[in-house]
Design a binder for this molecule. Structure first.
Ligand code: ADP
Ligand code: MG
Length: 383
């Protein structure tokens, strides 16, 4: 990822090329990788994501034709044009739905009565479980603040971004991705209570232990917006209703065992994952990465066997990383493809990368994309 000034200059040049005018504001928001606490942000759980050094920029300028014009450096063709009067209607198709949703959800706070031109550009791999979608929504909201000189609370923007994803993209996501994008901090993970939105920044002490985060994008994509995510969420809601708890993470383990299938296994993952998040925060605090390794392995097994959202590519990436010397590894994000996250000693990065690539070759999978990342700062105004 480039520096802030290079990102700003690229965004301004891209905006001028697309619309012939300079932007009135430019925002940046990162993607995220979740360390642990998977599929529990819609069950009232604790989650531990970090913001990535990869992200999305959005530039915005006012118009006077009463329409939104939306374009992306990642998408060929002319801008998508939507009259402001048509913005209120709900879920729609395609990448621009995230942008239209974010604009619509912040409309009462901003004055773009004549319309607006928006352009986005980013380097978060799309659909890889690294939250390009939250990064896109949050970048739009920060750009609108930048253009109008307003400053909103990061959680207010995260909630607007989440609402946009629910209503316009049709994905019933939790709050983790948007909160991580808005609130991330360099060298820290965000410990977020998804029930209360209480949060703190947890130092990871990775640098002093000469350990890095290694993200493996498997490039596999099996389902997700296609119903798998919504189906898991619905099973969790059924389980919570039967058990009479507001949040499934608060269910008693013994009561969970009495549920019918598949609710029993889904709830078992949720309840056990919450315990692992607390233990991982303690272990990171003590610099005890051996324990983090056991917790990541248990989290992955639970997502694979109880929650059933892993896939062969994720399982191979995790196993190969441990075999090659990673301290910790697990699938991250919604699953059904996407990415894994590992903790790897700096000296072992080359060996672990080679081990994962070799395992993918032997399994006949596409070659994965391997990224070494450091926890980065959250969303900000660039211009
Ligand atoms: P993830 O958030 O893990 O990357 P999602 O399926 O939730 O996966 O979101 C990916 C979608 O977000 C893309 O398919 C695309 O519609 C949209 N998107 C994200 N970033 C951009 C971008 N820079 N340009 C166009 N569309 C984007
Ligand atoms: Mg997403």
């Amino acid at each position: 990822m480039s520096t802030g000034s290079a990102l700003r200059d690229d965004a301004v040049a891209g905006h001028v090329a697309a619309y012939g005018v300079e932007p009135a504001g430019v925002g940046f928001a990162p993607g995220r990788v979740n360390l642990i606490g998977e599929h529990i942000d819609y069950n009232g759980g604790l989650v531990l994501p970090v913001a990535l050094p990869l992200g999305t920029t959005c530039s915005v300028s006012p118009r006077d034709d009463g329409a939104l014009h939306v374009s992306s450096a990642s998408v060929d063709g002319p801008p998508v044009v939507v009259p402001l009067d048509d913005l209120e209607s709900g879920a729609r198709q395609g990448w621009s739905s995230y942008v239209l949703g974010a604009f619509a959800h912040s409309r009462s706070r901003h004055s773009f009565e004549g319309g607006a031109s928006l352009r986005v550009d980013g380097d978060v791999p799309l659909g890889a479980g690294l939250s390009s979608s939250a990064s896109l929504e949050c970048a739009v909201l920060v750009a609108l603040d930048a253009a109008t000189g307003l400053v909103h609370d990061p959680l207010t923007l995260a909630l607007s971004a989440q609402a946009a994803e629910h209503e316009y993209a049709g994905v019933p996501c939790g709050i983790m991705d948007q909160a991580a994008s808005m609130l991330g901090r360099a060298d820290h993970a965000l410990l977020l209570d998804s029930a209360t939105l209480h949060h703190e920044h947890v130092p990871l002490h990775l640098q002093e232990q000469e350990v890095v985060l290694l993200v493996v994008n498997t490039r596999a994509h099996h389902e997700l917006t296609d119903g798998g995510y919504a189906e898991r969420r619905a099973a969790c809601e059924r389980a919570a209703a039967v058990l009479g708890v507001e949040y499934l993470v608060d269910a008693e383990p013994a009561a969970v065992e009495a549920l019918p299938e598949p609710e029993r296994r889904r709830a078992r993952h949720v309840v056990s994952e919450q315990t692992r998040v607390r233990a991982a925060v303690r272990a990171f605090g003590l610099g005890d990465l051996a324990s983090v390794g056991e917790l990541f392995a248990a989290s992955h097994a639970s997502l694979r066997d109880d929650f059933e959202v892993s896939c062969p590519e994720l399982d191979v990436a995790v196993a190969a990383a441990y075999d090659a010397g990673a301290l910790a590894s697990r699938m991250t994000g919604g699953g059904f493809g996407g990415s894994t996250v590992a903790l790897v000693r700096v000296d072992d990065v080359v060996v672990v990368t080679a081990g994962v690539e070799a395992a993918f070759r032997s399994a006949g999978f596409r070659s994965p994309e391997v990224l070494v990342v450091a926890p980065a700062d959250g969303a900000r105004t660039l211009y």
